[in-house]
Design a protein around this ligand. Structure first.
Ligand code: VGL
Ligand code: ZN
Length: 204
């Protein structure tokens, strides 16, 4: 059984948002066009409390882009984003919501970040995702969303490690690119680890 996974297509990651991904909005029509091909569609939301440890604003004197230790893990500091309940945390209104059956929240623990849709960055706590997919008999995941070099990348790596056949839909994701080639490197690494890279026109 196949599923479409839509990672973090939230207002704060779209142009005009606090952690905007360039051209992030371009992927939304692509994801909408993919949706009718799938029986199972799951979306994730980055869902942080205002005191989240990944926000530079919670570390006086530090700026977005700097790296600190957060409970023993290297943590890049980000602008405040996806504060739970805020408009920036909502899924884009341009995304077709009608076919989404399940929303997975991540990043709610202020002491640890959660890039992957499966585990927190310390790999201590699992989200509901793996159990949900197992329960539905889903073996193959088509991954889309934001950001290609952060949450999509960590989600694909974990999906492969958990044994899912994993397809990254290359025109249905865009990266933050803190370094200009981050997305290209993430694509190459996902492929090396066993992900299949396909364009949406090769799927529909
Ligand atoms: C993300 C940075 C911080 C993402 C989430 O969804 O890719 N990036 N939090
Ligand atoms: Zn976040």
């Amino acid at each position: 059984m196949d599923a479409l996974l839509i990672v973090d297509v939230q207002n704060d990651f779209l142009p005009g948002g606090s952690l905007e991904v360039a051209d992030g909005d371009k992927i939304i029509p692509v994801i909408n066009a993919l949706q009718p091909r799938f029986k199972h569609i799951i979306a994730t939301k980055d869902w942080h409390p205002a005191n989240h440890g990944s926000f530079a604003s919670n570390h006086p004197g530090q700026k977005p882009g700097e790296v600190i230790k957060l409970h023993g893990l290297d943590q890049i500091l980000w602008p405040d984003h996806c504060v739970k309940g805020s408009p920036g945390a909502e899924l884009s209104p341009l995304l077709n919501h009608g076919l989404i059956q399940k929303v997975i929240l991540k990043g709610s623990d202020p002491t640890v970040d959660s890039y992957s849709a499966f585990f927190d960055n310390g790999r201590r706590i699992q989200t509901e995702l793996h159990n949900y997919l197992r329960h539905k008999g889903i073996k193959r995941l088509y991954v889309t969303g934001l950001a290609a070099d952060v949450c999509v990348y960590f989600t694909v790596k974990d999906a492969l490690e958990l044994g899912y056949e994993t397809i990254l839909v290359t025109d249905a994701t865009k990266g933050v690119n803190l370094q200009p080639d981050d997305t290209a490197r993430a694509f190459a690494d996902m492929q090396k680890r066993g992900a299949t890279l396909l364009r949406s026109d090769e799927i529909i």
